[in-house]
Design a protein. Structure first.
Length: 154
């Protein structure tokens, strides 16, 4: 629990620091939107992690984990990954949305981005994307989608 509090504190501090974004330094362009539909996860909160990885071998290993496995082992995986992994975490309640213009700083450009959402329903609840473009995450009743976030997307 203490480690989770530290990770959350660092995440929030990184957001406040005005970190560079994948949108060529423009801070007015969103890099992440998460929208929880009103019936998301059967109207229960959903833990969401956006995981950016620079090491292809580590990315492949993480891509094999479902959300339950990720959330169970994330502290150990984060420690093992060192500076090859960056994690940003949220707990979304149904009907909530967030729009971020930056993510915590990361030393190099990620080769892969993974999104895990901890649902009560069975399933992998993991999405994997190449690179580090802007993301649009939509949390539904029993699953979620991730798509590129483009300017002007409602």
């Amino acid at each position: 629990m203490k480690r989770l509090a530290i990770i959350l504190s660092l995440t929030l501090a990184g957001c406040a620091a005005g970190a560079p974004t994948p949108s060529a330094g423009r801070t007015d362009v969103p890099v992440l939107r998460i929208v929880a539909e009103s019936d998301a996860n059967g109207r229960r909160p959903v833990a969401v992690d956006v995981v950016r990885v620079t090491d292809p071998a580590l990315a492949g290993r993480l891509a094999g984990l479902d959300a339950a496995g990720w959330f169970r082992d994330r502290e150990a995986l984060s420690a093992e990954g060192g500076n090859r992994i960056a994690i940003a975490s949220w707990e979304m309640v149904p009907g909530q949305s967030v729009l971020l213009h930056s993510l915590p700083p990361f030393a190099t450009t990620p080769t892969q981005t993974l999104v895990y959402a901890l649902y009560g329903a069975p399933g992998a609840h993991r999405q994997t994307l190449d690179g580090a473009g802007a993301l649009d995450v939509r949390l539904g009743r029993d699953s979620f989608t991730v798509a590129p976030l483009t300017e002007g997307t409602p």
